[in-house]
Design a binder for this molecule. Structure first.
Ligand SMILES: Nc1ncnc2c1ncn2[C@@H]1O[C@H](COP(=O)(O)OP(=O)(O)OP(=O)(O)O)[C@@H](O)[C@H]1O
Ligand SMILES: CC(C)(CO)[C@@H](O)C(=O)[O-]
Ligand code: BAL
Length: 274
């Protein structure tokens, strides 16, 4: 039985039944979200999924208005995964006083990569994640590596602010052809979807290299050869998103395909950085 709750009062009234594992989403659920739910089920005694398209993390020219809202199908997916509680609040329920005047500061890690391209995005994201952690009384919270910088920032927030919640990262779920699952994939036409494959192809090729410059060059070439893709950034970092060093590293990309902005990333191991 999946309980569907829309108000914070009803949520507060549901007693906790052991370790509560929370998966936060913006809906339009796909197999990536479902993998998070399965990991949550594996680790927690009860699974709670939140569905909320958070206005605070969208810029003025971004896709808040057209973001897919598919609540009935989302609830079906949650029922199929045996989710215990779905919390799907309205905007007024999440922000009863309108936009909050006190918000999170994402710090220096929030200024690079996605933060540089989407000013204010991470402050809005961390603000809602913090609120949802409090409202749901999460013991464990699950986030996908597809949004690698988001995951790193949430880990940092939980540690820096002693939130007492364990943040669990889940590897990216991909289509058989490599495309990272994303709610925004449904914006893509068939031709754009073919172009979008260049992102995962570039990362896969880059990750076969152990020397930083050649990893970047290999990935850059694949992206440059795909005219349907406008690269926003392609960056090689350490596994902690700091300077790349020999050892575990991350290759990250953001690009526009038509009107759709997509992100992806992959792990690699560097032997040489120079
Ligand atoms: N392909 C995926 N594999 C694993 N986790 C994912 C994947 N896609 C999304 N997630 C995770 O699901 C959670 C909710 O993400 P969200 O609802 O924004 O979905 P999304 O597909 O990332 O949407 P968008 O297209 O808006 O970026 C986040 O923790 C996100 O990292
Ligand atoms: C974590 C999150 C649900 C906060 O709105 C969102 O950023 C997302 O879906 O990745
Ligand atoms: N999946 C990350 C949330 C966002 O793009 O706003």
């Amino acid at each position: 039985m999946t309980y569907v709750i829309h108000t914070r009062a009803d949520l507060a009234g549901v007693p906790k039944n052991g370790t509560r594992a929370v998966v936060m989403t913006m809906g339009a659920l796909h197999a990536g979200h479902r993998q998070l739910m399965r990991e949550a089920r594996r680790r927690g005694d009860e699974v709670l999924v939140t569905i909320f398209v958070n206005p605070l993390q969208f810029g003025p020219n971004e896709d808040f208005d057209r973001y897919p809202r598919t609540l009935e199908a989302d609830l079906e997916a949650c029922r199929a995964e045996g989710v215990d509680i779905v919390f799907a609040p309205s905007r007024g329920e999440m922000y009863p006083g309108g936009a909050p005047s006190i918000t999170m500061n994402a710090g220096p890690l929030g200024e690079i990569l996605e933060g540089a391209s989407r000013p204010g995005h991470f402050a809005g994201m961390l603000t809602v994640v913090q609120k949802l952690l409090m409202l749901t009384r999460a013991d464990l919270a699950f986030f996908g590596e597809k949004d690698f910088q988001q995951l790193a920032l949430i880990r940092r927030m939980a540690a820096d602010l002693e939130l007492g919640v364990e943040i669990v990262g889940v590897p990216t779920v991909r289509e058989p052809d490599g495309l990272a699952l994303s709610s925004r994939n449904r914006y893509l036409s068939a031709g754009e979807r073919r172009s979008a494959l260049a992102l995962s192809r570039a990362l896969r090729e880059g990750a076969t290299h152990t020397e930083a410059a050649s990893a970047l060059a290999a990935a850059r070439k694949i992206l440059a050869d795909e005219p349907g893709v406008q690269v926003d950034y392609l960056e090689l970092t350490g596994a902690d998103l700091g300077r790349p060093e020999p050892g575990p590293a991350r290759l990250l990309v953001a690009a526009r395909v038509g009107r759709t902005r997509l992100i992806d990333n992959v792990a690699l191991t560097l032997e040489k950085v120079a």
